[in-house]
Design a protein around this ligand. Sequence first.
Ligand code: ADP
Length: 490
Amino acid sequence: MSGAARRKAAVQAPLRVLAVASEGFPFIKTGGLADVVGALPAALAPEGIAVTTMLPGYPAVMAALGPIQASATLPDLFGAPARLVRAQAAGRDVIAIDAPHLFARPGSPYLAPGGTDWPDNALRFAALGRAAAHAAAHMGFDAVHAHDWQAGLAPAYLRFAGSRIPTLFTIHNLAFQGQFPAGTFGMLGLPAEAFATDGVEYFGGVGYLKSGVWFADRVSTVSPGYAAEIRTPQWGMGLDGLLRSRGAAFGGILNGLDTVEWDPATDTHLPARFDATSRAARAANKAELQSRMGLDVLPDAPLFAFVGRLAWQKGVDLILEALPAILDNGAQLAILGTGERELEQRVRGATDTQIGRVGSFIGFDEGFARLCYGGADSILMPSRFEPCGLGQLCALRYGAPPVVARVGGLADTVIDANEMAIAAGAGTGLNFAPVSQEMLASAIERAIALYRDPPAWQRLQANAMASDVSWKRSAGKYAAQFRGMIADRG
Ligand code: ADP
């Protein structure tokens, strides 16, 4: 959108979009979904889109709400009454689902204290969809933006309520599908006809993500690369046929970063703040990171870090297998993450046997993550698949040229620093394919060689920090989706 057109759109009454999600920064976060949900309201405002974010009323969400501006009551939301409470919170317009029987539980939004899914997750997130349909119809919205499987029933509830409000459904990760047994269907309050292939039925059960893909007016995912991949049987996880059948109603819109929230010049989690012209200050962050990770504090040792879920998807096992490429070349590794028990144990094992050279922290810690981005020399993301990935965007912004697998959104956002790209001033990190331990090891060795050539590394770091990782590219694309689907409904 041109500047003039944007100003015009902003003076017109903004479109009112209800975003529906199971997590959102700064209230509750387990991964990139929260970052995106937290960033879109500010990113879309200049496009004339006013976003209100509906979140389950977890304790952290309820505690953040300002004075109540509006409310609605649902007399029976799966077993007890619930209130939809609208208020400002952390600069955002929020509707919280105040339903203590479903959401007044501490800790993870999805997991009980033992680490397994809450047994009533099917109902907890059906409640999110139902509450969204109610709010859309009764609290004044022009369109709904439903995120991931947890919000996948919202378009179904809207459709069967006869609503004319259109929905955009965004897939942040096709690997999480919200698949529940057929017996769940009877509890959802949807008409019998909804339990069909042309409906919420999926491989004999109820598929929440499938419901979103099926019923939404438009479907998006978080990068063009991933959109192409999941149209294929190899990466479509059973849904490629349905995604292909959506034709032009399905596409990829690249995620961005909230560049105010993620700014190394103002980030209070960094002992030394810096910008592109004062990158040398990163040295103090590196020393702090080395010390907090139990690494030898060596200013000249290339320091690689991994920040993320310890899961097969993220290829953390490949990093452990490629360790010799790091250690034999005098480099160090820091891992911050939480996830699968077996991977956590393997990370702890590597830390215990490579004292001072491999460090780790098993847990989720926002400030520590930012210290990794602002202190490590390079961030490793050898994901086997990656819908978009936010870690590499943080790494670019914080001057830690990332080493990434050439898949999905990683391929869309990191330009490989091969000789030509360096000469052209274009490389921003290192890419490798296919995703294997050997190829990761050789990319790490390439990164170390570049690091030991200071002028080349300086150029790479400068290019990384100059990359546009903001929402500017994509905000207009979301706005076009909302306007287009409203126009389609006439
Ligand atoms: P995911 O597939 O988990 O959503 P993304 O790369 O899209 O992966 O986003 C991950 C987000 O979560 C980033 O903001 C990253 O910094 C953050 N994150 C992941 N693991 C941790 C952790 N253990 N502690 C703090 N932040 C984390």
